[in-house]
Design a protein around this ligand. Structure first.
Ligand SMILES: Nc1ncnc2c1ncn2[C@@H]1O[C@H](COP(=O)(O)OP(=O)(O)O)[C@@H](O)[C@H]1O
Ligand SMILES: [Mg+2]
Length: 338
């Protein structure tokens, strides 16, 4: 049983901000996510839907107020700081702004080599060799090791951040809008590099982006977030070909995707209004205030995730598969299986 365990298994993760550690204002509400070893899971959803908060909660950069984050067999939320530090070598993160991981006062050699210094017993010479190899793997050269972050372009800095994140060959890389700040052609280059490296090293990736074209290119599965919840999650091909949640349909129909199949399948669902205040969400289905298909039930009853087609969808209007006998998010089926 343990061999089929996902690398990352998030259950009921709730994260918020504020002095009371989110108790008063969660912006991520009890999400469930799985990432298998070597898999790329994209998280999409409009700005403010809680994507960054969710992955920061997963990486333990923000405290969870509820839920568990099982990573490689251990619940990260229950680890001591020391244990967590040891786990970090297997769970690395890159951000939109590489300055958040690159100290401007440190040479590239020291920034990229820092994880080696913290987590391995390599001496300075071995570290230099390993850093130079990694720099070459991300398309940079040996002499770059002795320079400082501000001497590089944005695209090069992101390559350096990638080198640093991957130098210990982590099991999971979390990339939060990692290329969003770059110009389009640089984005493509850095994305291709990232895609090649994680495939080559067999690293699983939790990939946040607002670019649905990129999702289609690189993600095995995609999770759609709305107002701090996962409304639909499934294989990328499946979700793009047959989006089931009205929010997913709206998101896809808003995107310009040069794909005749997606174009054809696309329903004309237009998203009206703004995202509600996540600290004061609507009752019932969180999407009901903007949903073009809303019915009475949506205003009062929270929809549970149900298996439909290849995806898990949280919408009252979606017919669950007749053979969907076990829904991990459904407390009723959990009781019977316990
Ligand atoms: N540091 C913070 N303090 C308080 N609220 C925050 C903070 N960061 C984000 N938020 C709020 O949390 C919600 C989710 O934000 P975020 O996780 O950044 O969404 P996304 O990454 O999907 O754009 C938003 O309403 C945002 O305003
Ligand atoms: Mg974000």
């Amino acid at each position: 049983m343990s061999t089929s365990q996902p690398l990352l298994q998030v259950r009921g993760l709730t994260v918020g901000y504020g002095r009371r550690l989110g108790r008063s204002s969660p912006v991520v509400r009890g999400i469930d996510l799985d990432v298998q070893r070597g898999e790329v899971l994209a998280i999409v959803g409009e700005s403010g839907s809680g994507k960054s908060t969710a992955v920061r909660g997963i990486a333990q950069l923000l405290p969870a107020t509820a839920g568990t984050v099982r990573f490689d067999g251990q619940d990260l939320t229950s680890l001591s700081r020391r244990e967590l530090r040891a786990k970090r070598r297997d769970l690395q993160m890159i951000f939109q702004d590489p300055y958040s991981s690159l100290d401007p006062a440190m040479r590239i050699l020291d920034s990229v080599g820092e994880p080696l210094r913290v987590h391995t017993s390599m001496d300075a010479r071995e570290r230099r060799t390993t850093v130079v190899e990694m720099l070459q793997a991300v398309g940079l050269r040996e002499e770059h090791a002795d320079r400082y972050p501000q001497e590089f372009s944005g695209g090069q800095r992101q390559r350096i951040a990638i080198a640093r994140a991957l130098i210990l060959r982590p099991q999971l890389l979390i990339a939060d809008e990692a290329v969003s700040a770059l110009d389009v052609s640089t984005q493509n280059q850095v994305l291709r590099l990232l895609e090649d490296l994680i495939a080559e090293l067999g690293i699983a990736c939790l990939f946040i982006t607002h670019d649905l074209g990129v999702v289609r290119d690189i993600a095995d599965r995609v999770a759609v977030m709305y107002l701090g919840t996962v409304v639909e999650v499934g294989p990328t091909d499946e979700v793009f070909a047959r989006p089931q949640h009205p929010y997913t349909q709206a998101l896809l129909s808003a995107a310009l995707i040069a794909d005749p199949v997606v174009q054809r399948q696309r329903r004309r669902t237009k998203l009206e209004g703004d995202l509600p205040d996540p600290t004061n969400p609507p009752a019932g289905c969180l999407f009901h205030t903007r949903c073009p298909l809303v019915v009475d039930r949506c205003r009062t009853e929270v929809p549970l995730q149900r298996r439909s087609g290849g995806a898990d969808v949280a919408c009252h209007l979606v017919e669950p598969d007749p053979d969907a006998d076990h829904d991990p998010a459904d407390p009723e089926t959990q009781e019977t299986s316990a």
